[in-house]
Design a protein around this ligand. Sequence first.
Ligand code: GLP
Length: 249
Amino acid sequence: MAKLAASSMKLEVFDSSEAVAERAAGILAEVLLDPKRAPMGLATGRTMVAVYQWLVPLLQQAGANALGHWRSFNLDEYVGLGPDDPRSFAAYMARYLGEPLAIPAARMQLPNGLAPNPHLEALRYRQQVQTHGLGLQLLGLGENGHVGFNEPPCEAFAPCRCVELSDATRQQNAAAFGGEAKAVPERAITLGLADILAAEEVLLVVTGANKSSVLRRVLQEPPQQLVPASWLQGHPNCLVLADRPAVCV
Ligand code: GLP
């Protein structure tokens, strides 16, 4: 395990994205099976599909009773999409974790993308997260350096809020919307960097050569607004799991 000179972040590098996913799932399973741990912060995206595919059998082996204490909070949700829309993050969570593990939707919280006022919904969601506190926060990395939907430029003190998605992010996420960037919602509700940095632990999972240039900036450049994930350098307990393509620029 490498300790990076510029910060307290730790980096583990694996030969394949599958090995990254297996390692991430092992860490998550240990935390999720511990009833003493604070709720987990969960993430969506393509990177997490493999992580959750490794995680589900690990948790199933432990038996249904072992998950009775489950409570998790997701990072973000598109404004205008609800759980019945297969493109929503709520539907993603039900598909990959909720249904295979029989976790009631009420124990797997996300911002409500259908709330009439998304700004008020962001305030409500932040309050709910703060009431429980986050134990381990799982994160993927956007190609533009975003975590959650904290688009650049973004300050470390940004709270949970309703944001406009950048063209780059709508392009990056178009696959789930029939390949049409214009079909991707223009806004989302996301936990802010402040909420993420308040978690006890952070696990950042990064795979693929398309993330290598931004990951280098996250790990090696001074923390800055233009690379929102670089603020994680200020977290006292942040582990980065990456495959070789993601660390070779
Ligand atoms: C998305 C999500 C993030 C996710 C990131 C990376 O837009 N809001 O939470 O981690 O972008 O996604 P992917 O894993 O598909 O590259």
